[in-house]
Design a protein around this ligand. Structure first.
Ligand code: 1PX
Length: 212
């Protein structure tokens, strides 16, 4: 459709951004990673107002990280590992209570990326009879629900019911023919998995997977 040639959301841009976030040395570049999230926000905004509480939440997290990048020590926020080591070295990471550290903020986006990986994978494998709300809910239950409060879980489940059906979805992400959906989605999933695994290891090796 027409919007796919313009500035709107394209699933391929997500793939390109997350791919370019990973260097030869297996570093994740923070700025490129956030550009990937910018692309995802465009998509959420195309889905309509029901999802704006979710995109506002993501924008808030991105805003905190960009703010940190713009400070005097901003160069320390070049890659995920340089950010972690900088914040740990200067005791900026609180393991007992919630703060606005880069590490705990990025961890929220990191967990959400697991949801996206599962959802896109399920969508790629889905058939005509599949229901996007169900796929979304299943992925959410696996990846994100364990970290969310009861109230947030209820709100999320309500939002999922407003998701468009598969065909509309493929149109929004600019997949023209259903036949290419699986291929495009699997390539996107692979780029997400690559970034996710590197970050998971970085959080794990520093004992930071459960930051409040
Ligand atoms: C084909 C492309 C699909 C693009 C989808 C875009 C990705 C959306 C990812 C949404 C992730 C949202 C949550 C991220 C942060 C978070 O977990 N925040 C919670 C904890 O924060 P705190 O600072 O208090 O520790 C916060 O409590 C959560 C707030 C509201 C989020 C509610 C549910 C998220 C649902 C998951 C995705 C639904 C997107 C539907 C679009 C297909």
């Amino acid at each position: 459709s027409k919007h796919c040639s313009g500035q709107d959301f394209q699933i391929s841009r997500v793939l390109v951004s997350f791919n370019s976030a990973v260097t030869k040395e297996e570093e994740v570049l923070l700025e490129q990673y956030l550009v990937g999230w910018d692309e995802l926000i465009k998509f959420m905004e195309a889905l309509g107002t029901v999802f704006s509480f979710i995109s506002q939440e993501v924008k808030g997290k991105i805003g905190i990280l960009r703010e940190l990048q713009s400070t005097a020590r901003g160069n320390e926020y070049y890659s995920v590992r340089s950010m972690m080591d900088h914040e740990l070295r200067h005791n900026l990471v609180n393991f007992h209570k919630q703060t606005n550290s880069g590490c705990r903020t990025l961890l929220r986006l990191h967990r959400a990326l697991k949801w996206l990986e599962l959802f896109l994978h399920k969508l790629g494998m889905s058939s005509d009879e599949s229901n996007t709300s169900d796929l979304c809910q299943e992925a959410y239950n696996e990846a994100l629900a364990p970290y969310h409060s009861w109230l947030v879980r209820q709100a999320a489940s309500m939002a999922f019911l407003a998701l468009p059906e598969r065909k509309v979805f493929f149109d929004i992400v600019c997949i023209e023919h259903e036949g290419e959906a699986q291929l495009v989605l699997e390539r996107t999933v692979r780029s997400i998995v690559r970034v996710y695994n590197i970050m998971q290891e970085a959080y794990h090796s520093r004992g930071m997977l459960n930051l409040p």
